[in-house]
Design a protein around this ligand. Structure first.
Ligand code: HEM
Length: 495
């Protein structure tokens, strides 16, 4: 047989195999949005979903409202539910039907890149949800104390003119330092090498996951060996923190669980929790560093969008300033003041509503064959999730849902009285910024307080405007200068 005949026969076999696989795929009956499921062409659907996830999800919701559809990812399909019943169905399913750990490993490829310990134990989320959240009143004074230093390092200090600022890197720098103060304390939180490492670790984790998903399964173990930056950053971050753990361990041995200058940061809470869990000091240090990943990324996006919105909504700056100054005059820079900053909270939430932070949440893998509430059959191993933008842009959930209305939630509080549903940290089928259900973001109460404090500090101390007409979101830049109009003395930068 000639070589070319063999080649044709081989190609026909490959095409036939792809066709049979496609035809017999149990997901085939679930409609595809953003492209086609046809072999190879499905990559185009995946690329579209990577570039414009929210547009694809909104399109799916508009076409199939209330029933599931699927969108392409580089290495698999994601079955998406939208609508209140679909979200509620996911939230309620027990772990033996839908599980998070397998899903987050598939999405972030953590086990291959970072090793299995990070994946197998989940105690950090438990600490964040319980003792860390309960400790916010004790932790907040440290965060407030760190604000002037963190902001000064990352925003311009000139009083004599506007300066253009690239918003995202500035916010990354500020939040890395604020979080580090709360996670590992002084002086490490001001060590520039450590902060750079925390930021790089966060950014590289996402990049590596994308590279792995582009790699065929067979070659992933090999490729993972070459993706060393994230692993190295985690290792180096750990080595910065380990000496702190050892020094604190000595104090514990000497004084028991209490001593006069005992730190009250996240590392200390991790150490106390880990004592019952047989976690080694290395594991505790690794956890403390790894928490940066969850804490920096989404919060940075929220604050970046908020500042861009602020630059393009000059009419909102006055009310935000007045609120912050009045409360600080009455309560000082304290949790009591921050809890009452409804306008700041409303602004942050409205920004997160229109500029979705995570396109899908409640991401799970089916542990057995399942039928979803709308009758959609999902076989064992399928990745499923709930879409965020469709819930946040639905005019049944939010009147005039496409309009940026910065004080929509604070107005509701003023008009109807305070209720949990107006809060940034609320979770429901209509408000999914922090996910929903058992694995909803355990750091959200801290995140909301941190972002409200930062936003109020910036409006009290800085003037902000767009860098050019219609700038802000388009350019990712804003103009900033030290505040020109006099501020109330009590609310000035003298924290
Ligand atoms: C605006 C800021 C933040 C947003 C929008 C956000 C959002 C989210 C979302 C959507 C999830 C997944 C929930 C789900 O799919 O149901 C999540 C998980 C998580 N978040 Fe946040 N987050 C923020 C800040 C933080 C901070 C500051 C911390 C730590 C102090 C944190 C720690 C975590 C952890 C550890 C998880 C994983 C929970 C688990 O695996 O059970 N997050 N977050």
């Amino acid at each position: 047989m000639e070589g070319s005949t063999l080649l044709y026969a081989f190609l026909i076999l490959v095409v036939a195999r792809l066709f049979i696989k496609w035809y017999s795929d149990p997901l085939r009956r679930i409609p595809v949005v953003g492209g086609t499921s046809f072999p190879l062409l499905s990559y185009l659907a995946a690329l579209k979903f990577i570039r414009r996830p929210n547009d694809v999800l909104l399109e799916g919701h508009a076409k199939y409202h209330g029933s599931a559809f699927r969108v392409g990812m580089l290495d698999r399909w994601l079955v998406v539910v939208s609508g209140l019943d679909g979200v509620e169905d996911l939230r309620r399913r027990p772990e033996n039907e839908l599980t998070l750990s397998v899903a987050s490993n598939q999405l972030l490829q953590r086990e291959r890149i970072l090793g299995s310990e990070i994946l197998q134990t989940h105690w950090h989320a438990e600490v964040l949800k319980t003792t860390f959240t309960q400790s916010i009143p004790t932790i907040l004074p440290d965060l407030i104390d760190e604000l002037p230093s963190a902001v000064l390092r990352n925003l311009p200090t000139a009083t004599d003119g506007w300066q253009s600022v690239e918003v995202k890197p500035a916010v990354l720098g500020i939040l890395a330092q604020l979080n580090s103060r709360v996670f590992v304390g002084l002086p490490l939180c001001r060590n520039q090498d450590y902060l750079k490492l925390a930021i790089d670790f966060t950014v590289n984790t996402m990049k590596d996951a994308q590279t792995m998903k582009l790699t065929p399964q067979l070659f992933r173990p090999l490729v993972a060996r070459f993706l060393t930056e994230t692993r190295t950053a985690l290792f180096k971050g750990r080595t910065y923190i380990e000496p702190l753990v050892r020094a604190r361990r000595e104090k514990i041995n000497q004084f028991g669980n209490d001593w006069p200058d005992k730190p009250h940061d996240l590392l200390q809470l991790y150490m106390e929790y880990a004592a019952d869990k047989n976690a080694t000091d290395e594991m505790v240090a690794q956890r403390a560093f790894h928490t940066n990943f969850a804490a920096i990324f989404t919060a940075t996006d929220n604050m970046t969008n908020t500042l861009c919105h602020l630059a393009s909504s000059p009419e909102a700056i006055g009310p935000l300033r007045a609120e912050a100054e009045e409360l600080i005059a009455s309560y000082g820079w304290t949790k009591d003041a921050i809890d009452r900053m409804w306008k700041a909270e409303s602004f942050l939430r409205e920004s997160a509503r229109l500029h979705t932070l995570a396109p899908f949440v409640i991401t799970r893998v089916a542990m057995r064959d399942l039928t979803l509430v709308d009758g959609t059959f999902v076989p064992k191993g399928t990745l499923v999730a709930a879409a965020v933008a469709p819930a946040h842009r639905d005019s049944n959930n939010y009147p005039q849902a496409d309009v940026f209305d910065p004080f929509r939630f604070s107005r509701q509080r003023e008009e109807k009285g305070a209720s949990a549903t107006q809060m940034f940290t609320h979770t429901s089928g209509k408000w999914l910024a922090f996910g929903h259900g058992k694995h909803a973001c355990p750091g959200r109460y801290y995140a909301a307080d941190e972002l409200k404090t930062l936003l109020s500090y910036i409006v009290v101390n800085y003037d902000i405007k767009v860098d050019r007409p219609n700038g802000g979101f388009e350019t990712g830049k804003i103009m900033v200068r030290k505040r020109q109009s006099p501020s109330k003395e009590t609310a000035s930068s003298n924290i």
